[in-house]
Ligand binder design. Structure first.
Ligand code: TXA
Ligand code: MG
Length: 337
């Protein structure tokens, strides 16, 4: 397997635009293109060409043990790459695709080993952004696409976020505006006939229960060794460069070690102690968790770019998209014993 220093990285002049045909031609030539999806921007390449897949890992600085999601133009394409092993999967796909749900299905050998990191399942999804659907329909291969951020950092939800971190590393960013969902897809699979949620995301747990009539087991990171089935669920993901502290209760005073520091805050609604913070990001003044998800990664990024010492984020209600928001904040947070 190639390692970082074996791959001769090209320097690119990175362009932003909305030319789907240009994106398609570059992808056909084996180049990487950043694509908009309803969740976050992806760093896309031909999923069937291992030389291209290697480039994705290298540009993202991602370890090879962390598998990639494959993006398809429509549900009918699944059969070429995986087995519909359980009827529930088709029910879920029919209900939520195109949309923010990734299914882990037993792979066929059309999928290169690099994509799944050698695991027996492949993650598949049909994204719902119109530009990317148009792009996928022009190509005769599916697109492998992790989020278009360096490994471990906050995911991009705007073309400019991608530019900030991928300039010079890829040739084109297909600009589809701000991502409508704002957090990554929900990842779901089946273990011995039990539905398992490996990553909380854009499709809510409540919605999955409603559609399948079943209660999935929801893995929480760090606590369950099986979480390694989706290695991206390891700690220190989505982390800004500034230390982020994740607290429950905004009415409690800040701990001592933060008291003399310049601190920015992230909260669902305005804080009563907002004067304590030099910069406060409110995710949704009306308490709408959908709006909050859309604003989450931009809020973290923009605080990370200001001259503060630390970020304090407060838990949002554990319901609907709140599960995914709290999950991201938890994993962005500094781990303290
Ligand atoms: O919303 C999304 O899913 C975005 C957009 C671009 O589609 N993509 C995304 O990809 O979030 P990425 O690579 O940043 O996160 C994918 C996660 C990783 O945590 C990876 O470990 C897990 O999915 N994953 C992918 N394929 C898997 C597989 N075959 N088995 C287990 N986990 C898998
Ligand atoms: Mg990611």
């Amino acid at each position: 397997m190639a390692s970082a220093n074996q791959v001769n990285r090209k320097e690119y002049i990175t362009e932003i635009g909305n030319d789907v045909q240009k994106a398609a031609s570059l992808l056909e030539e084996g180049e990487l293109v950043s694509i908009p999806t309803e969740t976050v921007y992806g760093l896309a390449g031909n999923a069937l060409d291992p030389r291209v897949v290697v480039k994705i890992f290298e540009v993202k600085n991602r370890p090879y043990f962390d598998p990639l999601i494959v993006h398809l133009p429509h549900l009918d394409a699944v059969e070429s790459y995986a087995h519909w092993s359980h009827p529930e999967f088709k029910v879920l796909a029919k209900h939520f695709w195109p949309g923010p749900l990734t299914l882990l299905l037993p792979r066929k050998n059309t999928i290169p080993d690099l994509i799944t990191s050698g695991l027996p399942r492949v993650g598949l999804r049909v994204p719902s952004h119109p530009l990317t659907l148009e792009l996928l329909s022009k190509l005769n291969f599916p697109l492998a696409a992790p989020s278009a951020n360096p490994f471990g950092y906050v995911s991009p939800t705007k073309a400019e976020h991608v530019m900030e971190q991928m300039a010079g590393k890829i040739s084109y960013i297909l600009d589809g505006g701000s991502c409508a969902v704002g957090v990554e897809s929900t990842i779901i699979g089946m273990e011995e006939d039990e539905l398992v949620v490996y990553r909380k995301g854009g499709v809510t747990i409540e919605h999955i229960i409603e559609v399948t009539g079943r209660y999935p087991r929801v893995l929480s990171q760090g606590s369950d060794p099986k979480a390694l089935a989706a290695p991206g669920m390891t700690d220190s993901h989505y982390a800004p460069a500034k230390p982020l502290y994740f607290f429950e209760d905004p009415s409690k005073p800040l701990p001592h070690f933060l008291q003399d520091l310049s601190v920015g805050s992230i909260s669902l609604k305005s804080l009563t102690n907002s004067s304590r913070f030099v910069n406060g990001k409110v995710l949704s003044e009306k308490g709408d968790l959908q709006e909050a998800a859309v604003n989450l990664f931009s809020a973290i990024r923009s605080l990370d770019a200001t001259r503060i010492d630390a970020i304090v984020a407060y838990r949002v209600p554990d319901t609907g998209l709140g599960w995914a928001i709290n999950d991201r904040l938890h994993r962005a947070a500094v781990k303290r014993a």
